[in-house]
Design a protein around this ligand. Structure first.
Ligand code: ZN
Length: 59
């Protein structure tokens, strides 16, 4: 498997895809309600992984 397929960023984004598949449009609404401005306040970003997503958050 090439490196880029398993990069932390892709791993992170794939988790968002899973969240989307699970919840559909509700995910989008919840995501923005959780905090689209501060990712560190967003539980979906926490679930997808702050480090993998490149966010400097302390869990
Ligand atoms: Zn993210």
């Amino acid at each position: 498997m090439p490196d880029y397929v398993d990069s932390p960023t892709l791993r992170h984004e794939r988790k968002h895809v899973k969240q989307w598949e699970k919840r559909g449009v509700k995910f989008a609404l919840d995501y923005f309600r959780e905090g689209a401005i501060d990712a560190c306040e967003n539980k979906y970003e926490e679930q997808a992984g702050y480090v993998d997503g490149g966010y400097p958050c302390v869990p």
